[in-house]
Design a protein around this ligand. Structure first.
Ligand code: ADP
Ligand code: MG
Length: 477
């Protein structure tokens, strides 16, 4: 698999090694700062500089013996761990007293705050799984499991999927550049981007660069530090397809945004394809510069909606089939019902079941599922109250809260009431009679009718379905 962007590979990796190291070091500093807090970091760690690497050992430099000994005793193990996570071949960290002319530490103000989200970790996993054949800092190894074949298509993602396919088949076509994919976490954005990459590479003869926006920033800062921004820019601008994942990370990172904007323009002007993902639409990404948002929205904007029950079932079926373990339909239904947050969690739950079944050689049953997934299910136990549901729904359709229990039957009141009953059934563990009582002592058959009616309407009216889904998400969060 050739996913490099440079022909002269040997020169490239030599050049890149130094920068890769700087970048890793910057990331480790950011992690450490996040872990120990800024005050402690400034007191003890801000003076460490990056020394040379020799085989499995990396040297870090400190200005005095005292500091060296202190850092060794207090942070030595953690530093080794962090280096090993960054670069698995590094097994030891050697702390030495710096001499005149040794490199300087990274100034505290240049060290980014570790992000609350975990894109770096997310990225580390696929990279670790697939053997990196080409060592290029522009490319994160694509996860070979994330292809179009393994992506299950349903209503919530069919448009995004179609756009992604289109771009993979015909990069840079008019109207599809940039392709902007957005949606909540764990809904398949990264999967689709990797799928585009894999498809393009399979078709051959294009250079593809994929990286998270976070990685982009680290690369950019490291390039500035090692005075190689020109090479960095040239490399970026030499690719045919540039994919940047989780762009929301650049909010508030003005310099990096600026750099991305220029790269973006240069590539689009040169007829290259850009694919970007984010958790919100371009217009909702407040905190991104206006001109960047405008350009991002100029091509094709495709969102991935929250999963529906049907899609969750299809995904579970596909993944269960691929695993070779027989998972009964009612277990799949149970999971699809209970774990509605996102595909990642759904997948995690199923994987755990499958691992369990393989380990103990026992068939998967509903009882076993409840036992094995006890903690996950508990976390997903919805603790929403019927009162909260009524309040939110009433606010949403602008009716009085008292109308939730009133006898009024006008459509503009009755419909929201039905939605509230539907949500009460979905989100709480209350029985139909209990729900009925909370809605002005209505009969349980009325509640049942409401649930059926709302389900039916959601199938017929997409806008209505979206409203209900939105309410559900608000209540669940
Ligand atoms: P995002 O980048 O939107 O946060 P990911 O692409 O990382 O989400 O998806 C999370 C997990 O869910 C991945 O393992 C991915 O393969 C899986 N996944 C998401 N959507 C689908 C889908 N439609 N079909 C199959 N797997 C999916
Ligand atoms: Mg992602």
């Amino acid at each position: 698999m050739t996913i490099g962007v440079d022909d002269d590979e040997s020169a490239f990796s030599r050049l890149e090694d130094g920068k890769g190291l700087e970048e890793s070091w910057l990331r480790i500093c950011a992690r450490l700062k996040g872990e120990v807090g800024e005050v402690e970091y400034r007191t003890w760690l801000t003076k460490i500089a990056l020394g040379p690497i020799d085989g499995d050992e990396i040297t870090l430099l400190l200005p005095t013996r005292f500091l060296r000994d202190w850092v060794r005793s207090q942070y030595g193990d953690r530093l080794s761990e962090l280096w090993n996570q960054e670069i698995p071949s590094i097994r030891r960290v050697e702390l030495q007293v710096a001499r005149a002319g040794d490199p300087a530490p990274i100034p505290l103000e240049d060290i980014p705050n570790a992000s609350a989200a975990t894109p770096a970790q997310e990225e580390a996993t696929p990279a670790a799984r697939t053997a990196p054949e080409v060592r290029s800092d522009l490319v994160t190894a694509l996860d070979s499991r994330f292809t179009f074949d393994t992506f299950v298509v349903g209503k919530p993602n069919e448009f995004a999927y179609a756009c992604a396919r289109r771009v993979a088949e015909k990069p840079s076509s008019v109207g599809f550049n940039p392709l902007f994919l957005y949606g909540g976490v764990g809904l398949g954005k990264t999967h689709l981007m990797h799928a585009i990459g894999a498809e393009l590479i399979q078709r051959g003869n294009v250079s593809v660069a994929y990286m998270s926006a976070e990685k982009f920033m680290y690369r950019f800062i490291a390039a500035i530090r090692s005075q190689s921004t020109i090479e960095f820019k040239e490399q970026l601008r030499s690719v045919d397809v540039l994919m940047i994942d989780d762009l929301q990370f650049l909010i508030g990172k003005d310099n990096t945004q600026e750099e991305f904007f220029h790269t973006f323009n240069a590539l689009v002007d040169a007829g290259r394809q850009i694919v970007v993902s984010a958790d919100k639409s371009p217009s909702d990404l407040s905190g991104l510069e206006d001109r960047l948002r405008t350009r991002l929205g100029c091509g094709m904007v495709a969102d991935i909606h929250a999963t529906t029950f049907e899609l969750r079932i299809s995904i579970l079926e596909a993944k269960a089939a691929a695993s070779g373990v027989v998972v009964p339909g009612k277990v799949l239904e149970f999971l699809a019902h209970k774990i509605t947050s996102n595909v990642r969690e759904l997948e995690g739950a199923l994987n755990r079941l499958i691992a369990h079944a393989n380990l103990f050689g026992r068939p998967v049953t509903l009882e076993a599922t409840q036992e094995v997934l006890h903690d996950i299910l508990k976390a997903h136990d919805r603790r929403v109250t019927i009162e909260e549901i009524q309040k939110k729904v009433a606010e949403h359709w602008n009716i009085r809260l008292t109308d939730m229990s009133s006898a009024r039957r006008a459509r503009n009141v009755a419909r929201p009431r039905q939605v509230a009953m539907y949500l009460a059934k979905q989100l709480t563990s209350r029985s139909l009679p209990e729900i009925g009582r909370k809605f002005g002592n209505r009969d349980h058959t009325t509640v049942m009718h409401a649930v059926n009616r709302v389900t039916e309407l959601m199938g017929l009216d997409a806008a209505f379905a979206e409203d209900v889904e939105l309410l559900r998400r608000m209540l669940e969060s």
